[in-house]
Write a protein that binds this ligand. Structure first.
Ligand SMILES: NC(=O)c1ccc[n+]([C@@H]2O[C@H](COP(=O)([O-])OP(=O)(O)OC[C@H]3O[C@@H](n4cnc5c(N)ncnc54)[C@H](OP(=O)(O)O)[C@@H]3O)[C@@H](O)[C@H]2O)c1
Length: 291
Protein backbone atom coordinates (compact mmCIF):
# COMPACT_ATOMS: atom_id res chain seq x y z
CA UNK A 1 0.00 0.00 0.00
CA UNK A 2 1.64 3.31 -0.99
CA UNK A 3 2.36 5.49 2.01
CA UNK A 4 2.29 9.22 2.43
CA UNK A 5 5.79 10.63 2.73
CA UNK A 6 6.77 14.26 3.36
CA UNK A 7 10.10 15.12 1.75
CA UNK A 8 11.91 18.17 3.10
CA UNK A 9 14.77 19.62 1.05
CA UNK A 10 13.04 18.20 -2.05
CA UNK A 11 14.12 21.06 -4.33
CA UNK A 12 17.79 20.62 -3.33
CA UNK A 13 20.54 18.35 -4.65
CA UNK A 14 19.80 15.15 -2.71
CA UNK A 15 16.12 15.68 -1.94
CA UNK A 16 15.31 15.91 -5.66
CA UNK A 17 16.79 12.48 -6.28
CA UNK A 18 15.02 10.95 -3.29
CA UNK A 19 11.69 12.46 -4.38
CA UNK A 20 12.01 11.02 -7.89
CA UNK A 21 12.76 7.57 -6.51
CA UNK A 22 9.73 7.65 -4.21
CA UNK A 23 7.47 8.78 -7.06
CA UNK A 24 8.83 5.93 -9.18
CA UNK A 25 8.11 3.44 -6.35
CA UNK A 26 4.49 4.54 -6.29
CA UNK A 27 4.62 6.32 -2.92
CA UNK A 28 2.33 9.25 -2.31
CA UNK A 29 4.74 12.14 -1.87
CA UNK A 30 4.30 15.64 -0.47
CA UNK A 31 7.17 18.13 -0.56
CA UNK A 32 7.82 20.99 1.84
CA UNK A 33 9.21 24.05 0.11
CA UNK A 34 9.39 27.83 0.36
CA UNK A 35 9.36 27.83 -3.48
CA UNK A 36 6.24 26.05 -4.79
CA UNK A 37 6.95 27.18 -8.37
CA UNK A 38 10.31 25.45 -8.28
CA UNK A 39 8.70 22.26 -6.92
CA UNK A 40 6.08 22.46 -9.71
CA UNK A 41 8.83 22.86 -12.30
CA UNK A 42 10.76 19.86 -10.93
CA UNK A 43 7.97 17.38 -10.28
CA UNK A 44 5.00 18.72 -12.32
CA UNK A 45 1.86 17.07 -10.95
CA UNK A 46 3.57 14.03 -9.43
CA UNK A 47 3.73 15.39 -5.87
CA UNK A 48 1.55 17.30 -3.49
CA UNK A 49 3.20 20.65 -2.70
CA UNK A 50 3.12 22.13 0.82
CA UNK A 51 4.39 25.67 0.90
CA UNK A 52 6.14 26.17 4.23
CA UNK A 53 9.24 26.90 6.21
CA UNK A 54 11.05 25.03 9.00
CA UNK A 55 10.78 28.27 11.00
CA UNK A 56 6.97 28.41 10.74
CA UNK A 57 5.35 25.74 12.93
CA UNK A 58 1.84 26.17 11.57
CA UNK A 59 3.10 25.55 8.02
CA UNK A 60 4.85 22.40 9.30
CA UNK A 61 1.65 21.12 10.96
CA UNK A 62 -0.28 21.68 7.72
CA UNK A 63 2.42 19.92 5.67
CA UNK A 64 2.48 16.97 8.10
CA UNK A 65 -1.27 16.40 8.10
CA UNK A 66 -1.92 12.75 7.13
CA UNK A 67 1.77 12.00 6.68
CA UNK A 68 3.18 8.64 7.79
CA UNK A 69 6.92 9.12 7.11
CA UNK A 70 9.29 12.07 6.75
CA UNK A 71 12.57 12.55 4.91
CA UNK A 72 14.45 15.19 6.93
CA UNK A 73 17.10 17.32 5.26
CA UNK A 74 18.06 20.96 5.64
CA UNK A 75 21.14 22.83 4.48
CA UNK A 76 24.18 23.57 6.64
CA UNK A 77 23.30 26.77 8.46
CA UNK A 78 23.24 28.24 11.95
CA UNK A 79 19.53 27.24 12.01
CA UNK A 80 20.02 23.58 11.14
CA UNK A 81 19.57 22.32 14.72
CA UNK A 82 16.59 24.55 15.51
CA UNK A 83 14.88 23.88 12.18
CA UNK A 84 15.25 20.11 12.32
CA UNK A 85 14.22 19.78 15.98
CA UNK A 86 11.14 21.91 15.20
CA UNK A 87 10.24 19.54 12.37
CA UNK A 88 10.72 16.49 14.63
CA UNK A 89 8.51 17.99 17.36
CA UNK A 90 5.81 18.88 14.84
CA UNK A 91 6.04 15.37 13.37
CA UNK A 92 5.54 13.76 16.79
CA UNK A 93 2.50 16.02 17.41
CA UNK A 94 1.08 15.19 13.98
CA UNK A 95 1.34 11.42 14.58
CA UNK A 96 4.10 10.71 12.04
CA UNK A 97 5.42 7.17 12.45
CA UNK A 98 8.92 7.26 10.98
CA UNK A 99 11.67 9.79 10.15
CA UNK A 100 14.71 9.30 7.94
CA UNK A 101 17.31 11.97 8.65
CA UNK A 102 20.23 12.95 6.47
CA UNK A 103 22.89 13.72 9.00
CA UNK A 104 26.47 14.90 8.74
CA UNK A 105 29.43 12.71 7.83
CA UNK A 106 30.19 10.42 10.75
CA UNK A 107 33.61 12.03 11.40
CA UNK A 108 32.00 15.47 11.84
CA UNK A 109 29.66 14.07 14.47
CA UNK A 110 32.35 12.07 16.24
CA UNK A 111 34.51 15.24 16.30
CA UNK A 112 31.71 17.71 16.89
CA UNK A 113 33.95 19.71 19.23
CA UNK A 114 35.77 20.71 16.03
CA UNK A 115 32.84 20.79 13.60
CA UNK A 116 30.03 23.32 14.05
CA UNK A 117 27.94 21.50 11.42
CA UNK A 118 28.66 18.14 13.09
CA UNK A 119 27.57 19.64 16.43
CA UNK A 120 24.22 20.72 14.94
CA UNK A 121 23.57 17.31 13.39
CA UNK A 122 24.60 15.59 16.63
CA UNK A 123 22.06 17.66 18.56
CA UNK A 124 19.31 16.67 16.09
CA UNK A 125 20.24 12.98 16.27
CA UNK A 126 20.03 13.11 20.08
CA UNK A 127 16.66 14.89 19.89
CA UNK A 128 15.31 12.28 17.48
CA UNK A 129 16.35 9.48 19.84
CA UNK A 130 14.90 11.31 22.85
CA UNK A 131 11.48 11.75 21.16
CA UNK A 132 11.24 7.96 20.83
CA UNK A 133 10.02 7.98 17.21
CA UNK A 134 10.97 5.12 14.87
CA UNK A 135 13.78 6.49 12.70
CA UNK A 136 16.88 5.93 10.61
CA UNK A 137 19.91 8.19 10.51
CA UNK A 138 22.00 8.34 7.36
CA UNK A 139 25.54 9.70 7.73
CA UNK A 140 26.99 10.03 4.23
CA UNK A 141 30.67 10.68 3.69
CA UNK A 142 31.71 13.62 1.46
CA UNK A 143 29.58 13.58 -1.72
CA UNK A 144 31.40 13.10 -5.03
CA UNK A 145 29.10 15.54 -6.84
CA UNK A 146 29.76 18.34 -4.33
CA UNK A 147 33.29 17.72 -3.07
CA UNK A 148 34.71 17.02 -6.51
CA UNK A 149 32.97 19.90 -8.32
CA UNK A 150 36.11 22.11 -8.11
CA UNK A 151 38.26 19.22 -9.34
CA UNK A 152 35.95 18.57 -12.29
CA UNK A 153 35.77 22.30 -13.12
CA UNK A 154 39.57 22.53 -13.15
CA UNK A 155 39.91 19.42 -15.32
CA UNK A 156 37.32 20.71 -17.82
CA UNK A 157 39.13 24.06 -17.98
CA UNK A 158 42.45 22.34 -18.69
CA UNK A 159 43.96 23.42 -15.35
CA UNK A 160 45.79 21.35 -12.75
CA UNK A 161 43.56 19.99 -9.99
CA UNK A 162 43.31 21.93 -6.73
CA UNK A 163 45.48 20.16 -4.14
CA UNK A 164 43.40 19.51 -1.03
CA UNK A 165 43.36 17.82 2.34
CA UNK A 166 47.16 17.67 2.64
CA UNK A 167 47.25 14.51 0.52
CA UNK A 168 44.78 12.60 2.74
CA UNK A 169 42.46 10.05 1.12
CA UNK A 170 38.63 10.28 1.10
CA UNK A 171 36.10 7.50 0.45
CA UNK A 172 33.73 9.84 -1.45
CA UNK A 173 30.12 8.65 -1.85
CA UNK A 174 28.00 9.07 -4.96
CA UNK A 175 24.86 11.15 -4.34
CA UNK A 176 22.79 8.55 -6.25
CA UNK A 177 23.86 5.85 -3.78
CA UNK A 178 22.73 8.05 -0.88
CA UNK A 179 19.38 8.64 -2.61
CA UNK A 180 18.95 4.90 -3.28
CA UNK A 181 19.56 4.03 0.39
CA UNK A 182 17.32 6.85 1.66
CA UNK A 183 14.47 5.88 -0.67
CA UNK A 184 14.81 2.22 0.29
CA UNK A 185 14.66 3.00 4.00
CA UNK A 186 11.77 5.45 3.57
CA UNK A 187 9.80 3.10 1.37
CA UNK A 188 10.22 0.18 3.79
CA UNK A 189 9.90 2.23 7.01
CA UNK A 190 12.92 0.34 8.37
CA UNK A 191 13.76 1.21 11.98
CA UNK A 192 17.56 1.23 12.12
CA UNK A 193 19.21 1.39 15.53
CA UNK A 194 22.73 2.35 14.36
CA UNK A 195 23.45 5.25 11.99
CA UNK A 196 23.94 4.14 8.38
CA UNK A 197 27.46 5.33 7.55
CA UNK A 198 27.70 5.53 3.75
CA UNK A 199 31.02 5.67 1.89
CA UNK A 200 32.36 4.77 -1.51
CA UNK A 201 34.12 1.43 -2.02
CA UNK A 202 37.62 2.92 -1.92
CA UNK A 203 39.43 6.00 -0.63
CA UNK A 204 41.20 8.33 -3.09
CA UNK A 205 43.85 11.01 -2.61
CA UNK A 206 43.98 14.02 -4.95
CA UNK A 207 46.97 12.36 -6.54
CA UNK A 208 44.89 9.18 -7.20
CA UNK A 209 42.18 11.40 -8.73
CA UNK A 210 44.71 13.20 -10.92
CA UNK A 211 45.78 9.76 -12.19
CA UNK A 212 42.17 8.85 -13.03
CA UNK A 213 41.51 12.22 -14.73
CA UNK A 214 44.74 11.87 -16.69
CA UNK A 215 43.72 8.38 -17.90
CA UNK A 216 40.24 9.62 -18.89
CA UNK A 217 41.43 12.79 -20.66
CA UNK A 218 44.60 11.17 -22.03
CA UNK A 219 46.77 14.08 -21.03
CA UNK A 220 49.07 14.77 -18.09
CA UNK A 221 47.20 16.26 -15.13
CA UNK A 222 49.05 17.90 -12.25
CA UNK A 223 48.08 19.21 -8.82
CA UNK A 224 48.08 22.90 -7.95
CA UNK A 225 48.61 23.19 -4.20
CA UNK A 226 48.03 26.97 -4.31
CA UNK A 227 44.57 26.76 -5.98
CA UNK A 228 41.59 27.51 -3.75
CA UNK A 229 38.81 24.94 -4.14
CA UNK A 230 35.35 26.44 -3.82
CA UNK A 231 32.60 23.85 -3.39
CA UNK A 232 29.07 24.76 -4.50
CA UNK A 233 26.33 25.75 -2.09
CA UNK A 234 28.50 26.91 0.81
CA UNK A 235 28.13 30.62 0.44
CA UNK A 236 27.23 32.02 3.86
CA UNK A 237 29.70 32.61 6.69
CA UNK A 238 28.46 29.67 8.80
CA UNK A 239 28.76 27.24 5.87
CA UNK A 240 32.16 28.63 4.87
CA UNK A 241 33.43 28.06 8.43
CA UNK A 242 31.91 24.54 8.41
CA UNK A 243 33.72 23.73 5.16
CA UNK A 244 37.07 24.96 6.57
CA UNK A 245 36.54 22.66 9.56
CA UNK A 246 35.71 19.73 7.24
CA UNK A 247 38.99 20.33 5.40
CA UNK A 248 41.01 20.19 8.63
CA UNK A 249 39.35 16.94 9.76
CA UNK A 250 39.68 15.35 6.32
CA UNK A 251 43.39 16.27 6.25
CA UNK A 252 43.80 14.06 9.33
CA UNK A 253 42.57 11.07 7.31
CA UNK A 254 39.22 10.88 9.16
CA UNK A 255 37.17 10.64 5.92
CA UNK A 256 39.19 7.72 4.53
CA UNK A 257 37.59 4.67 6.22
CA UNK A 258 35.36 2.54 3.98
CA UNK A 259 32.12 0.87 5.09
CA UNK A 260 30.07 -1.87 3.40
CA UNK A 261 26.73 -0.19 4.20
CA UNK A 262 25.79 0.61 0.57
CA UNK A 263 26.37 -3.00 -0.42
CA UNK A 264 24.45 -4.33 2.60
CA UNK A 265 21.50 -2.01 1.98
CA UNK A 266 21.31 -2.21 -1.82
CA UNK A 267 22.90 -5.58 -2.67
CA UNK A 268 25.34 -3.92 -5.09
CA UNK A 269 28.66 -2.09 -4.96
CA UNK A 270 28.73 1.71 -4.59
CA UNK A 271 29.02 3.64 -7.88
CA UNK A 272 32.73 4.13 -8.60
CA UNK A 273 34.54 7.44 -8.64
CA UNK A 274 35.88 6.64 -12.09
CA UNK A 275 32.33 6.33 -13.43
CA UNK A 276 31.39 9.76 -12.05
CA UNK A 277 34.54 11.36 -13.48
CA UNK A 278 33.94 9.76 -16.88
CA UNK A 279 30.37 11.04 -16.93
CA UNK A 280 31.51 14.54 -16.00
CA UNK A 281 34.54 14.74 -18.29
CA UNK A 282 33.51 12.81 -21.41
CA UNK A 283 30.51 14.31 -23.27
CA UNK A 284 29.92 11.02 -25.12
CA UNK A 285 29.43 9.16 -21.81
CA UNK A 286 27.20 11.94 -20.52
CA UNK A 287 24.98 11.81 -23.58
CA UNK A 288 24.82 8.02 -23.50
CA UNK A 289 23.59 8.15 -19.89
CA UNK A 290 20.99 10.84 -20.46
CA UNK A 291 19.93 10.00 -24.01
N1 LIG B 1 27.67 17.68 0.57
C1 LIG B 1 28.21 16.76 1.36
O1 LIG B 1 29.34 16.26 1.12
C2 LIG B 1 27.45 16.31 2.59
C3 LIG B 1 27.98 15.26 3.39
C4 LIG B 1 27.25 14.84 4.50
C5 LIG B 1 26.04 15.44 4.83
N2 LIG B 1 25.56 16.46 4.05
C6 LIG B 1 24.30 17.11 4.48
O2 LIG B 1 23.41 17.29 3.39
C7 LIG B 1 22.57 18.42 3.65
C8 LIG B 1 22.54 19.33 2.42
O3 LIG B 1 21.88 18.64 1.38
P1 LIG B 1 21.76 19.29 -0.09
O4 LIG B 1 23.13 19.70 -0.54
O5 LIG B 1 20.98 18.34 -0.94
O6 LIG B 1 20.91 20.59 0.24
P2 LIG B 1 20.60 21.82 -0.75
O7 LIG B 1 20.81 21.43 -2.18
O8 LIG B 1 21.34 23.01 -0.22
O9 LIG B 1 19.04 22.03 -0.57
C9 LIG B 1 18.51 22.63 0.56
C10 LIG B 1 17.01 22.33 0.62
O10 LIG B 1 16.53 22.78 1.91
C11 LIG B 1 15.34 23.52 1.71
N3 LIG B 1 15.28 24.58 2.73
C12 LIG B 1 16.26 25.44 3.08
N4 LIG B 1 15.84 26.26 4.04
C13 LIG B 1 14.55 25.92 4.31
C14 LIG B 1 13.57 26.43 5.20
N5 LIG B 1 13.83 27.45 6.03
N6 LIG B 1 12.35 25.83 5.20
C15 LIG B 1 12.06 24.81 4.36
N7 LIG B 1 12.97 24.29 3.49
C16 LIG B 1 14.19 24.84 3.46
C17 LIG B 1 15.42 24.11 0.32
O11 LIG B 1 14.07 24.21 -0.17
P3 LIG B 1 13.40 25.55 -0.76
O12 LIG B 1 14.49 26.52 -1.10
O13 LIG B 1 12.65 25.06 -1.96
O14 LIG B 1 12.50 26.01 0.33
C18 LIG B 1 16.20 23.02 -0.44
O15 LIG B 1 15.30 22.08 -0.98
C19 LIG B 1 23.15 19.14 4.88
O16 LIG B 1 22.38 18.84 6.02
C20 LIG B 1 24.54 18.54 4.99
O17 LIG B 1 25.05 18.53 6.32
C21 LIG B 1 26.22 16.90 2.95
Amino acid sequence: MPSSILVTGATGRLGQLVTRRLIYSGDRVRVLTRRPDEAKRLFSGAVDIAQGDFGDRSSLMTALNGVERVFLLSPISANLGAHQTALIDAAVDAGVRHIVKISGSTWTIEHSDRSTAGAQHRKVEAHLAARGLSHAIIRPNAWMQVSLAPVIAAALAGRDLPGRYAGAAVSFININDIADVAARVLHSGLNVSEPLVLTGAKAFTTSDIAGLVSAILRRPVGIDTQAVAVSPGHDDAFAAQAVREFGALIAEGLAAPVTDTVERMLGRRPVSLRHVLEQALMPSKRNAETG
